[in-house]
Design a protein around this ligand. Structure first.
Ligand code: FAD
Length: 464
């Protein structure tokens, strides 16, 4: 055991890795230790590699790619990837009324929608209904009208989140729509914006960065290597099993019931309930719910049948919520003449899908052929199931109040800071986690001895 205190970072996802890298790069003198539960780094940004005979197939967790309006973030991504990147255009779709439509919608696709829906949506635009509550339902009806809400937003969201839309907070809509639109140049804040966007003669040409030599996690693997080279420790397959807190300080942690680490600062990007449990606060504070995700990764003995990178499937008829095609991000992810399909099934950890996803196999295969994503049943080579816990925070109506109580309690510790998607219950993208970790590192390095987590300015502040 060393007598020196360390900076302990829980979780080696993209946020934890970026923070460790930035602190070490800036010359932090305190040892940096990352504690990661999985046997590899990357968290939600990691990739899976499967071998079949002499073939190799690589899958990400759904669609992943690097894109940001923040120049500092993109400069950082490109610095880490170096030449190991490609630039790709966006190709995303939505499945409605048994047809694939470009997403964001284009004017030619609008005309493929049923006539009654266009008429009703036009009426909705003229007769606007003001939101009466903070709910997802009221927010969407005010912005996009009841017709589109009933046809698309409600069935998609309820299938995806397993929650009644009237019980969800409007923040799910605000962030979800930004996540789906991605490029700020595409305006989608209201139905009028959507209509205007479909009318612009040239669609917004969004460009993404993707690793050249492998899946999305290549960026994380470079960070891992550089952190180790700069002297940082990364403990894989490891968990903090107890925390010794005295008054306002986290004094030490025990990793894997064996190694004691004295703590100078602790940065937490792992699930919040785990932290509350370790601090014995879980029975004093409200419960947060995360949505689980099961991936059915299909190895396909044919090139892609559809040309989307990812496609949303909103209708109740479809057993899946989204499908992505790794080959469409980087052709080298699957062997020539073959492809992959990453099928996302959202669920609650421990439910039927989580426990027995293989029971969905026949239903999914049937749907994939029916929806022309796969041409023939013979094209299925194999399917690999992956369980992803805590994939999404669930923004229920009262989630801001719950988070406020939790963060107020955690702010009592003067050397603890929660951050990242899972660690701050944030429906974000990887560029947001990178940006936040970069800001925390900058702020920390301004005065490491006087670092005050309570003064770090978060974009989202629930403590007021
Ligand atoms: C299906 C899906 C699709 C997405 N698509 C995109 C996209 O196209 N573009 C994009 O930019 N972003 C996308 N995202 C979001 C992106 O993946 C996240 O924003 C980003 O990876 C979050 O990184 P993080 O480090 O903040 O959190 P996480 O990745 O959640 O990191 C938390 C880490 O903590 C670890 N951990 C958990 N429990 C413990 C414990 N007890 N002890 C120690 N460690 C623990 C986890 O294993 C993980 O490594 C997508 C996310 C999902 C789920």
């Amino acid at each position: 055991m060393s007598d020196k205190k360390s900076i302990v970072i829980a979780g080696a996802g993209i946020a934890g890795l970026t923070l460790a890298y930035k602190l070490l790069e800036a010359g932090v003198t305190t040892p940096v230790i990352l504690v990661e539960k999985e046997n590899k780094v990357g968290g939600l940004a990691r990739s899976f590699t499967y071998h079949h005979n002499s073939d190799t197939f690589v899958f990400d967790i759904g669609p992943h790619r690097y894109h940001s309006d923040d120049k500092a973030v993109m400069d950082f991504v490109l610095k880490i990837l170096g030449d190991d990147h490609i630039e790709i255009g966006r190709a995303s779709s939505v499945w409605m009324y048994d047809h694939y439509h470009n997403w964001p919608l284009r004017i030619n696709t609008v005309f493929k929608l049923p006539f009654w829906l266009m008429c009703k949506s036009t009426l909705d635009m003229l007769i606007k209904k003001k939101a009466k509550s903070e709910s997802f339902e009221d927010f969407i009806i005010e912005k996009y009208g009841k017709s589109l809400y009933m046809v698309f937003f409600k069935p998609y969201t309820e299938k995806f989140l397993k929650y009644d839309c009237s019980q969800l907070h409007s923040d799910w809509a605000k962030t979800g729509i930004n996540r789906a639109v991605i490029d700020k140049r595409v305006k989608a804040d209201s139905l009028i914006d959507v209509v205007r966007s479909t009318l612009i003669p040239k669609p917004v040409d969004t460009k993404f960065i993707y690793p050249k030599s492998g899946g999305n996690d290549v960026f994380c693997l470079y960070l891992e290597q550089k952190i180790r080279e700069m002297g940082g420790r990364i403990l894989l397959s490891s968990q903090i099993t107890s925390i010794d807190a005295k008054g306002k300080d986290i004094e030490s942690v025990i990793v894997n019931d064996s190694e004691k680490i004295d703590v100078k600062n602790m940065f937490w990007s792992a699930p919040i309930p785990v932290l509350l449990n370790l601090l014995h606060l879980d029975d004093k504070l409200p419960k947060l719910e995360y949505l689980g995700l099961v991936l059915a990764n299909y190895l396909i003995d044919a090139p892609p049948e559809q040309m989307f990178q990812w496609c949303y499937f909103g209708t109740e008829k479809s057993p899946v919520s989204r499908i992505s095609i790794p080959t469409m991000f980087n052709p080298s992810l699957t062997p020539q003449g073959k492809s992959g399909l990453c099928v996302e099934l959202t669920c609650m950890e421990g439910d039927g899908i989580w426990k027995h996803p293989e029971r969905m196999d026949v239903v999914i295969e049937d749907f994939l052929v029916d929806a022309r994503v796969v041409a023939r049943f013979n094209d299925f080579i194999d399917v690999k199931f992956e369980r992803i816990p805590n994939a999404y925070p669930i923004y229920t109506l009262n989630y801001p109040r719950k988070l406020g109580l939790i963060f107020n309690a955690l702010h009592n510790f003067r050397n603890l800071l929660n951050f990242g998607r899972t660690g701050s219950f944030w429906y974000n993208n990887q560029d947001h986690s990178i940006a936040q970790a970069m800001e925390i590192a900058d702020y920390y390095m301004q005065a490491p001895e006087a670092f005050d987590p309570g003064k770090f300015k978060f974009e989202r502040d629930f403590t007021k």
